[in-house]
Design a protein around this ligand. Structure first.
Ligand SMILES: [Zn+2]
Length: 152
């Protein structure tokens, strides 16, 4: 009998699994890659974003982005060099929480949905004056989006 784990499978049912050829499952070691680490590599290597743009896109600080990226590289390298499988899975962490400055509406967005924080609009009033109001995992706590001042 297999105990069923309580998971939010409805949101992200997809688990990607890369297995080296010719190694039986029983002997296979598995490296766990989070979807955030994968997203960090994707933004950096596929979309060719610099660290500032990539961190902004993920809604993280640059140091967090850097940390995700180096941890991702390390895991992938380990898998390729040592012939381990790579499993990409959803992190058990809360949703990103946002608040609208204008109407004070709050809502949540999942991680890794590819939506840019800077493009986040209030689903209630459509205002772009929104900000992230949780601080999970990001030490700097300054995740104020909505001003597009830096694009001049
Ligand atoms: Zn609003």
């Amino acid at each position: 009998m297999i105990p069923r784990k309580h998971r939010h499978v409805c949101m992200h049912p997809e688990i990607k699994f890369f297995k080296p050829h010719g190694i039986p499952m029983g002997q296979l070691e598995v490296v766990d890659l989070t979807d955030e680490e994968l997203e960090a590599m994707r933004l950096k290597n596929i979309e060719d974003l610099d660290q500032i743009a990539a961190a902004e896109k993920m809604g993280t600080s640059q140091s967090t982005f850097q940390r995700l990226l180096s941890s991702a590289y390390k895991k992938v390298t380990e898998a390729l060099v040592n012939g381990k499988a790579v499993k990409i899975h959803e992190l058990d962490r809360p949703m990103r929480k946002f608040e609208c400055w204008k109407c004070k509406h709050t809502w949540e967005e999942p991680f890794g949905n590819g939506r840019r924080g800077i493009d986040m609009k209030c689903p209630e009033c459509g205002s772009e004056e929104t900000h992230r109001c949780d601080n999970h995992g990001h030490g700097d706590g300054r995740q104020i989006w909505g001003h597009k001042g830096h694009s001049n």
